[in-house]
Structure formats: C-alpha cells, structure tokens
Design a protein around this ligand. Structure first.
Ligand code: NAD
Length: 500
C-alpha cells in the first residue's frame, strides 16, 4: 500500500487511463450482459464524463441470480464446508483485495469521487480488514446447549438464513458491502448484491476476486441496475430470505413494503441520520472538538450516514469554537480526487449537488446565515462544492431535520446541558451522536440519554469492525459490524433429542 501512497497526480491519471473496467453483471461465477441487453451510463463526478456503460439488470436477471444463489445454498457448496475451510477462503479473499488495491481504489475514486488517498488507505483497506475479521471470527463462535436436564439433549444452533439480498448505497460502496457480505458469507449464506447505480464498478471486481479466492460459484452474485428495477425485483423476490439495506429512509421503507407484498422476508435497515455533535460549556479541549466537528461534516464531502451534520453548541462555548471549526473546514483541499493532495472530492452526481445546493437556499430562506457553499471548479465539469456552514439554525427547520448528505453543517445554539440534550434528541433519526464535556458524570448521564446507536464522548467517528453500527428510530433496525452482525444472518434452530 505504501508505494501507492507515494504516487503523484500524474501517476494516478495514467493508471486511470490504463484501467480495465468490467461493467457486466456477475452471476453464477461469470460476467454476463443483462438479459435485455440494456445498459446505463455511469459518470464520474470528477468531470461528468462517462466511465462505463453498466449492465442494466432487471427482474429477469435478479431471478437468475437468486436461482444461482439458491442452488449453491441448497447444494451445500458453501454452507456445508467446515468453518475452518470457509475461514481460509475468506482470508484468501481479503488478501486478494489487498493485492488489487490499485484497481479497487481507482474504481471507487472514479465512480464516486473519493480522494484517491482515502480510497487506498480507508476504503480498500477497511474492506479487506472487515472480511478478514469475520473470517477469523467464524470458527470461534459456539452454539448452545439448553438446560434441559438428563431426559433430553436440547441444542440451540445458528443456521444460515439462505439467500441474502444486499442493497447498498453509493457513499461507501466497498465498505458497506463488506459489512453485509462478510458476515452473511461467514455464516454460510448465499448473497445477491445490488450496488447503487452511481457505484457499480468496485463490486464487480470484488465478486470476481471472491471466486478466485475459492468462494464457490453462485454463492456471491452481483446484479447492477436501477433501484426501482433491479432493487425492487430483489426486494419482491420470493426466493430471497433477507434484505440487508443501507440508504435513504424512503427507500428503506419501500423494502418493508416489498417484504410484506411477497414472502415476509426479514429486512434490516440502516437509513441515515442527522447526528448531533453536542458541545457543552465545560468542553475541555475546544481545538479537538473543532477538528472533530469539521472532519465530521467534511469527510467524504459530508456524504456519510453518521456525518455530524448538526453542531449543537452551548452559547458559552460557541464564540470560541466556531472560528476554530471554520479554520479546519477551510483547510480542506477541494480538488481532483485523483490528486493525492485532495482531501475533499466532488459530490457524487449532478442530482445530489442540486439537492445540497437546494438545502443551502432553504436554510437561508428559513433565516440561517450561510458561510461558504460556493460551487467550485465548474470549468472541469465536475460536481465540486465548497463546504458550508449554516449558522443560527432553528432545530425545527428543514436543514436541521432532513438528511442533506453533503458538506453542510447546521449550527444550533442553546443554554445549559438540559436544553442541549433536548435539542440533540429532537430529530427523527437516531444513528450517532457525540458529547464534548470535561465532567465524567455529565458524560455518563448525557451519553445514556442520547438516543443513538453510537455515542462518542470527546471524540467523533472513532470506529472499528468490532463495534456494532446502526440506529434507533428512523435510522433503522439491526446492526452491521461486530459479532452481533453474525446473528443478523442466522436463525436459531432448536433440536430436542429425547433421552428418556
Ligand atoms: P437510495 O436510498 O435511493 O438508494 C440506496 C439503494 O437502494 C441503491 O442501491 C438504490 O439503487 C436502491 N434503490 C433506490 N430506489 C429503489 C427502489 N425504489 N426500490 C428498490 N431499491 C431502490 O439512496 P441514494 O439515491 O443513494 O441517496 C438518496 C439519499 O439517501 C441521500 O441524499 C441521502 O440522504 C440518503 N443516503 C443515505 C445513505 C446512508 O448511508 N444511510 C447512503 C446514501 C444515501
């Protein structure tokens, strides 16, 4: 990896030019065109040019992929292997991903505009690490023996669910895929993956590497296509046992509907957030808070489900904190994501850019004061935006309540811990939150009262695969990551053996 991190802008431009891009579906171990022969254009947010014509899978292709996945499952090609054998294959897959860091990072950067250094250091590295973690975990998990006494032997075992449909968004295509596919495969399921239309390419290479590593054909399939076509067909397919979804709440709720209309399949949702960074008057280290607040909204151009998009700050700390936040925000270098010096790339596509700019206007109409937020580098054809801060935001206004999914920080002020806590919790979402304080009792009380799946104290976005991730309220149900995710892809079986 280190040689990749030493590369220049010119090196990456050349590598991008020479990159071979696969854009067909991956079903039953092979690439193939969509049954209809249709494709859709995938444009790079760097300059708006077409990088690939991607197979536009529809219900026929989903059906083929689900059948391949079901056949592989029923034949026991993967689930019946000894845990140690599955572990070795998954470890090989993680190694192959590391060996293909250059291509995977380039695909991710071209497709969604992530700075290349982050694609290398974070996205590809975390994907391999996640798969490795579940590989290492899978042969260390024991089942249960129930307290049945001597007249019966009652075992409680975890069984794979069968065919899992993974539907993922464009903001972290590889990482979020690994959060779903790694525990699903570790527990012996087959998977049909539907990437977002903005970010199909890295998944297609990932699947080929899985087969190269020894994952039997049919166990991991990728159907690229549009949400209302391929996504809906997967959600409605009677042969799918579970949907694992990350994306918007609106689409997440559609999957609950698809499940209800079809076979009542399980649905796990991670559906975004409006995460507060709650800075109390006694926060000891304001420079650290300022840095975390800025990174929490600028990283990945704010296109992060747990982005710290609301700064909820005590008026006693605000005047000192805000200039420091702005200093860090202004230190982000917005530019070509293939340039290693870039720390903030473009917004993913024109539609999302329009949406984010629309929210800047809405915020101002509602009385907020806008700092930043200018369109940058329009001459490139790319979708670049200066990070923005909306000050004096009312917590009930739209820019405080709706997920913007861009580098836009809404600043809300208050007096005293109780008001701050109330405002932090006054959101439909419950994905993540932070509290900044120097008092241990306050930290403990407030972190318990914050209604969020992850609460950080005096830090933000600290994360690792061992920590569960997911939300309360409209942010969804179920958890990615950690050993708990293994339970998301298994069902309990009771076996009662009469010994009387
Ligand atoms: P989305 O919810 O529209 O898409 C997520 C996934 O669902 C994609 O794979 C998409 O193809 C699929 N999909 C879309 N419409 C579908 C439908 N009708 N039936 C079945 N599947 C469908 O998210 P998006 O378009 O990527 O972004 C829209 C908004 O969602 C963003 O502005 C942001 O607020 C939010 N979002 C949240 C996350 C997150 O991590 N929670 C990620 C991306 C976007």
């Amino acid at each position: 990896m280190s040689d990749l991190l030493d590369r220049s802008h010119g090196d990456w431009l050349l590598a991008a030019k020479n990159l071979t891009i696969e854009s067909r579906l991956f079903v039953d171990g092979d690439y193939r065109n969509a049954a209809s022969g249709e494709t859709f254009e995938s444009r790079t947010p760097r300059d708006g040019s077409v990088v690939a014509n991607v197979a536009r899978g529809d219900a026929d292709d989903v059906d083929l992929a689900v059948r391949a996945a079901r056949n592989a499952f029923d034949a026991g090609r993967w689930r019946s292997l000894a845990p140690r054998a599955r572990k070795e294959v998954l470890l090989r897959w993680a190694d192959l991903i590391r060996e293909h860091t250059e291509e995977l990072a380039l695909l991710e950067t071209l497709d969604v505009g992530k700075p290349i250094t982050e694609s290398v250091r974070v996205d590809v590295a975390s994907t391999a690490a996640c798969i490795q973690w579940y590989a290492e975990a899978l042969d260390k998990v024991y089942d249960e023996l129930a307290p049945s006494g001597n007249r019966a032997l009652v075992t409680v075992t975890r069984e794979p669910l069968g065919v899992v449909g993974a539907v993922v968004p464009w903001n972290y295509p590889l990482i979020i895929t690994s959060w779903k596919v790694a525990p699903a495969l570790a527990t012996g399921n087959s998977v049909v993956l539907k990437p977002a239309e903005q970010s199909s390419l890295s998944a297609l290479l990932l699947a080929r590497l899985a087969v190269e590593a020894g994952i039997p054909t049919g166990v991991l399939n990728v159907v690229t296509g549009l949400g209302p076509e391929a996504g809906a067909a997967l959600g409605r397919h009677p042969g799918v046992d579970k949907i694992a979804f990350t994306g918007s709440g609106e689409v997440g709720r559609k999957f609950l509907g698809y499940a209800a209309e079809s076979n009542g399949k399980q649905v796990q949702l991670e559906a975004g957030g409006k995460s507060p960074q709650l800075v109390l008057a006694d926060a000891a280290n304001l420079p650290a808070a300022a840095s975390a607040v800025a990174w929490g909204i600028c990283y990945n151009a704010g296109q992060t489900c747990n982005a710290g998009s609301r700064l909820v700050v005590d008026r006693a700390a605000k005047d000192e904190l805000l200039p420091q936040v702005l200093d860090v925000v202004r230190s982000f270098k917005v530019g070509d994501p293939l340039d290693p010096a870039t720390t903030m790339g473009p917004i993913v596509d024109q539609q999302q850019l329009d949406r984010v700019q629309g929210y800047l206007r809405i915020g101002q109409e509602d009385g907020a004061e806008l700092i930043g937020g200018a369109r940058l580098r329009p001459e490139t054809g790319g979708y670049f935006l200066e990070p923005a801060l909306l000050d004096r935001v009312d917590n009930s206004s739209r820019v405080a309540q709706e997920e913007i999914f861009g580098p836009v920080l809404s600043v809300i002020d208050f007096d005293g811990v109780d008001e701050g806590l109330r405002l932090a919790n006054e959101t439909a979402y419950g994905l993540a939150a932070s509290v900044w304080t120097s008092d241990l009792r306050t930290a403990h009380r407030v972190s318990r009262e914050l209604r969020a799946g992850t609460v950080w104290v005096n830090t933000f976005d600290a994360t690792d695969v061992f920590a569960p991730f997911g939300g309360f309220k409209a942010s969804g149900a179920g958890r990615d990551k950690s050993l708990h995710a293994l339970h998301e892809y298994t069902g309990l079986k009771t076996t009662w053996i009469d010994l009387s």
